[in-house]
Write a protein that binds this ligand. Structure first.
Ligand code: 6GU
Length: 234
């Protein structure tokens, strides 16, 4: 069973969407497990303060380091071999490749959701194994980012997708976006299904799909297309 721990100031947000659809079914089937840890539980004062001001001045607050550290230590008691991943806009970009790497972590993942301006650097230095961002935009907190991150990881966990989809080619394999898909009817609002897809000629279909994948990638993701060309030469 793949183990996920989420460390957050907003435990009520979970399991949320992870309880639905494919990830929800996989959880019900015992393929993965979620434990949510409330960082605020370690707050000492009557107001349960979880933030503090930043040394050197400036706007914004930081999560109190001792609360974050205590929560990580508690999660590690249950998952001693897990890696700690801190979700922050200043992290390494998350990717399909990273999602596979994280899915293969035997000890599971402890996901730390950042809030306010983030966390004290010493907590990162002492406890964090990976810092990841889900894209070049700023979210209100790591909780929002942890849903797509966990979903993308779980797709790579044995059994989650069922056997039908596992060996299926998909976007970001070999640095190409996927080709377009069609279903019935043959004609829809004046547009026809490309003839080759109805030909039954599997070599021709594969060739057409590759061409379309290249065309699409070149148009919407020139950066990825460049990578594809570079890797193809090797
Ligand atoms: Cl992981 N957290 C926040 N707060 N903003 C982000 C992000 C994470 N990834 C992109 N933007």
């Amino acid at each position: 069973m793949y183990k996920v721990a989420i460390l957050t100031l907003f435990p009520d947000m979970f399991p949320g969407i992870l309880e639905h659809s494919i990830t929800g079914r996989a959880k019900a089937n015992g393929l993965w497990d979620l434990k949510v840890f409330d960082i605020r539980q370690f707050a000492k004062d009557r107001h349960k303060t979880a933030d503090d001001s930043v040394y050197g001045g400036g706007a914004g607050m930081l999560m109190k380091p001792e609360l974050v550290a205590e929560t990580i230590k508690l999660a590690k008691q249950e998952m001693p071999d897990a890696k700690v991943i801190y979700l922050t806009p200043t992290g390494t970009p998350f990717s399909q490749k990273k999602s596979i790497e994280f899915a293969n972590l035997e000890g599971g993942v402890i996901l730390l959701c950042g809030h306010y301006e983030g966390i004290d650097q010493r907590v990162i230095d002492l406890y964090v194994d990976y810092e990841v961002s889900i894209g070049d935009y700023v979210l209100t907190g790591g909780e929002v980012a942890v849903f797509p991150l966990v979903d993308a990881i779980l797709r790579n966990v044995e059994g989650v997708l069922g056997n039908s989809a596992t060996l299926h080619e998909e976007s970001f394999d070999n640095d190409l976006l996927e080709y377009p898909h069609y279903t019935r009817p043959v004609e829809f609002e004046g547009l026809e299904v490309p003839g080759v897809l109805k030909s039954g000629n599997h070599a021709k279909i594969a060739q057409w799909r590759l061409e379309k994948a290249i065309e699409k990638t070149k148009k919407v993701r020139p950066d990825l297309y460049k990578k594809y060309l570079e890797n193809k030469e090797k």
